[in-house]
Design a protein. Structure first.
Length: 439
């Protein structure tokens, strides 16, 4: 078990977007948990570490973080792919889960950014001098290189796992399953592939500029990179309380203020979207009840519209008091994969989706973030994200299907969600998925 890292306040501020490209050029395994471009609240963390499986016996934090101090004091940063959770839940999968030794880093050095107070902290081992040299090398290299906009090097054509027509047929099959009582909701997804090599740092810079989000992130471990502009917090634990904030319900942003407001109001009132959202709220209440004190589960917010540069989202918040002795492993066993990416009932939905989707989800629909050595954690959903491998990049997108779903509208929603990540890759939507054809 690693020791906590010691937080040391720094005298001046350097924006994380200035430091991170330098760090990514110096180290192969790096992370940036990103509160978003121009963030005025929350925390960002960037750093490096060594690959190490996640210890699941870490107990959740029952204490509270001193005001103004970084909520992460050392531990692990990484991701968990969808298949890892599906297998443990008893569902069939299209590919073997990733070995956890290649998906988590034990953090050895990091910088924390308090956006509300505009303060920086070095997180390093307690030994005198540990970390200062590492940070100084970053700062020195940053000062020598002014940031320059990174343009798209080459244009790539995206390939789709399903055509819109095939996806509509899958939606009809979902509705048949719902009518038969096999599921109440199914989160049907598809995948877009962009062949070729990609500069993940440049792609992430474009992604966060176009669609900043409070749980964005860049993680590169063992040669694979996850780039995310996620607006969905999957799990947060601290001070003895566990929270989840499922998103179900999406509308695109309008071209003008009047249209935009009308789309947000439509989302808030839409019976199908509200039903989709509340079914996942009930599922998450059940999941958290397995690791929380009986009677402590609360719905803190229901059907709240949150607006982002590309979309409006319908968000709810569920919380509970962690039962004494609850471990990270027990929490993930109870709640992962997230109900917002499976449907309900969870095992039945995952079993049916395995057959319908015709391929793996991989990191998409999983989660990423930090798990502290002290049991604090903050994990986001892997949505609005890109996975970059050596020979291709992948973008997943989907939506919750209920009996009230209209296939053409669900297809448009997938296109809305995939467009920004594909644009960051310099790729256009496949011809059949373009909005001028769908509308």
């Amino acid at each position: 078990m690693p020791d906590r890292l010691s937080p040391r306040p720094l005298p001046s501020w350097v924006a994380p977007e200035r430091l991170f490209p330098v760090l990514a050029a110096q180290r192969s395994d790096v992370f940036w948990l990103d509160a978003g471009a121009d963030a005025v609240e929350g925390w960002s963390f960037l750093g490096t570490g060594v690959a190490e499986p996640l210890p699941k016996d870490v107990r959740l934090d029952a204490g509270s973080v001193e005001a103004g101090m970084p909520p992460f004091r050392g531990g692990w940063v990484g991701w968990r792919d969808y298949e890892s959770g599906a297998v443990r839940a008893g569902a069939p999968v299209a590919t073997d889960p990733e070995p956890e030794a290649r998906t988590w880093l034990r953090v050895t050095m990091a910088v924390a950014f308090d956006h509300a107070e505009h303060r920086m902290w070095l997180l390093a081992p307690e030994e005198e001098g540990e970390g200062e040299g590492w940070l100084q090398s970053l700062l020195a290299a940053t000062s020598l290189k002014a940031p320059t906009p990174r343009v798209v090097e080459d244009r790539h054509a995206a390939e789709a796992r399903h055509t819109p027509a095939a996806y509509e047929q899958l939606i009809d099959r979902c509705r048949d399953l719902i009518h038969a009582g096999i599921a109440y909701q199914l989160c049907l997804t598809t995948r877009f592939t962009v062949p070729g090599t990609h500069d993940p740092v440049a792609v992430y810079e474009r992604l966060r500029a176009a669609t900043p989000a409070h749980h964005g992130g860049f993680l590169r471990i063992g040669g694979r990179a996850l780039l995310s502009a996620s607006p969905e917090q999957f799990l947060h634990a601290g001070g003895g309380v566990i929270r989840t904030r499922p998103i179900k319900g999406t509308r695109p942003r309008g071209a003008d203020a009047v249209t935009d407001a009308a789309l947000a109001a439509e989302l808030a009132a839409d019976p199908k979207e509200r039903a989709e959202n509340v079914m996942i709220v009930d599922l998450m209440r059940n999941d958290l009840s397995q690791v929380c004190v009986p009677g402590s589960i609360r719905v803190e917010g229901l059907w709240e519209v949150e607006s982002y540069p590309a979309v409006h989202q319908l968000v709810s918040t569920v919380s509970g008091t962690a039962a004494e002795g609850t471990t990270v492993g027990a929490l993930l066993e109870a709640a992962f994969p997230a109900g917002s990416m499976t449907g309900a009932p969870k095992l039945s939905a995952m079993t049916q989706l395995h057959e319908l989707e015709g391929g793996p989800r991989d990191i998409y629909a999983g989660c990423f973030g930090y798990i502290g050595v002290d049991g604090a954690l903050d994990l986001a959903m892997v949505i609005r994200s890109i996975v970059v491998d050596e020979e291709a990049a992948f973008v997943g997108a989907g939506g919750g299907i209920t009996w009230g779903s209209v296939p053409a509208a669900e297809v448009r929603e997938v296109a809305t969600k995939a467009r920004a990540p594909l644009a960051a890759l310099g790729a256009e939507m496949p011809a059949t998925w373009r909005s001028d054809i769908l509308n």
